[in-house]
Design a protein. Structure first.
Length: 448
């Protein structure tokens, strides 16, 4: 009786994320692109046609939970395996048990967390058992499996990409936690909608972080005379271990700050740009979000005026991914200052917008035959590729061959500026266009 009491107590005091772990696909939140009605992974699970697979996605998106649900729904024995604590000896022991289960008609689903941490020999140890069907291997990784998992093992697994949860999905999860008896439903918690939104935004797509933050805020809330637990802003800010990111209900301050950063860089004001960037970090903004905006800015507002800007922005993104906060703040500062001081051109952005407008509003013209491939005899008979000129065979390394459809012939989309390195691009483009016009004018005079 005493042991049962202790067990019950552990259940009640387990972390909120553990208590609320979904047990079926209908309870699972997120990954609609894989688990929505009619989607591939849901179909495989419901038809009991699962095979070995890799779940690739950021932390806290439900990789372990989904593996448990699959095991339950397909009546498989679930074994969880960690790359951090297990070696080849442990792998072989588990595999031998799985082989015995198979002979008894029991399927084993082996869930391997952080599979990218296994070395080559450890990963190779899975191969014969995956091939024989002794196990259904479900590996979870936050790293690109193309680089981190042996090609032999990867070729035998289907890769499914799990996405970070959206803010609406996280809010749904938090509201459920507040209402569920398995969660905080037995407590009378007073929390404002904006505070729920704050936690969802702060969690950056990570359900575990969202639930842990909510639990900490509630456990440290103030109880009033009516036994209601109130979550206040200061306590919530402390639970997030940084100054409060309490934007208004429309998220206006969030967009004001990113707008301030973007426009300060566009105006070549590095001091203001670094200030607004660090304001965002201090408020709890995810550094990778800022880094993504810098990558966009590098092509939208700098472009060909300094093509190195894109390289700097990409490098800053990678540094943020490798290091995270707080170390990556200096890398973001590096990129922000570089982009602020770089010459500016929006010619690439304008070219993109002009083309998109024509693509939307004009008929979808066929590709001119002269730039079509002709891999078959029939296609050659239909004049595919006829008149194609290989530019490398010409003295100028250019040809006057038309590449746009006839209805768009002569249309200009990219209009380079005189800013920075783009001036040289403009001068070269003008020479190319002039060279092509000379031939056209010559043909016209002959025709006349």
């Amino acid at each position: 009786m005493e042991q049962l009491s202790l067990f019950d107590n552990r259940e009640k005091t387990a972390p909120l994320a553990s208590r609320l772990r979904p047990e079926s696909l209908n309870e699972y939140v997120g990954q609609k692109h894989l688990l929505g009605e009619g989607k591939i992974l849901r179909g495989l699970i419901e038809k009991d046609q699962i095979s070995s697979m890799i779940f690739w996605g950021p932390p806290g998106v439900g990789k372990t939970t989904l593996a448990r649900i699959i095991a339950k729904q397909t009546k498989s024995q679930f074994i969880e395996f960690s790359a951090v604590t297990s070696g080849i000896k442990e792998i072989k022991e588990v595999m031998n048990q799985a082989e015995q289960n198979r002979m008894m008609g029991i399927r084993t689903l082996l869930f391997t967390d952080e599979i990218h941490r296994f070395n080559k020999a450890q990963q190779d140890a899975f191969l014969p058992y995956v091939e024989k069907g002794s196990i259904v291997l479900v590996g979870a990784t936050t790293e690109n499996p193309s680089f981190e998992i042996n090609s032999a093992l990867l070729s035998r697994c289907k890769v499914f990409i799990l996405k970070a949860l959206g803010e609406d999905e996280l809010k749904e999860l938090l509201i459920h936690a507040l209402k569920s008896p398995k969660g905080l439903g037995n407590l009378n918690v007073l929390i404002e909608d904006i505070q729920i939104e704050t936690i969802a935004r702060f969690s950056n797509g990570d359900a575990r972080t969202a639930l842990n933050t909510l639990e900490m805020a509630v456990l440290n809330g103030k109880m009033d005379e009516n036994a209601c637990i109130r979550v206040d802003e200061d306590m919530l800010a402390q639970c997030m271990n940084r100054r409060s990111l309490l934007y208004d209900k429309n998220g206006e301050e969030h967009y004001n700050l990113i707008s301030a950063l973007h426009k300060s860089m566009r105006n070549s004001d590095p001091d203001a740009a670094v200030y607004w960037m660090l304001r965002m970090l201090d408020g709890g903004e995810e550094p990778l979000y800022i880094a993504r905006r810098l990558v966009r800015f590098a092509s939208e507002d700098v472009g060909m005026a300094d093509s190195h800007a894109l390289q700097v922005a990409i490098a800053a993104y990678q540094a943020c991914h490798f290091l995270g906060m707080p170390e990556c703040d200096v890398h973001l500062t590096h990129a922000v200052v570089y982009l602020s001081m770089a010459p500016k051109s929006n010619a690439l952005y304008m070219a993109c917008e002009r083309v998109k407008e024509d693509v939307r509003n004009l008929p979808a013209e066929p590709v001119p035959l002269q730039i079509c491939n002709a891999p078959t005899g029939l296609m050659k008979e239909l004049h595919y590729g006829e008149g194609y000129i290989y530019a490398h065979d010409t003295e100028e390394k250019l040809s006057r061959m038309q590449c746009l459809p006839d209805t768009l012939a002569g249309r200009r989309y990219y209009l380079p500026t005189d800013e920075g390195e783009e001036k040289g691009v403009r001068e070269r483009l003008e020479k190319i266009l002039e060279w092509k016009r000379e031939d056209q004018e010559g043909e016209k005079s002959i025709a006349e």
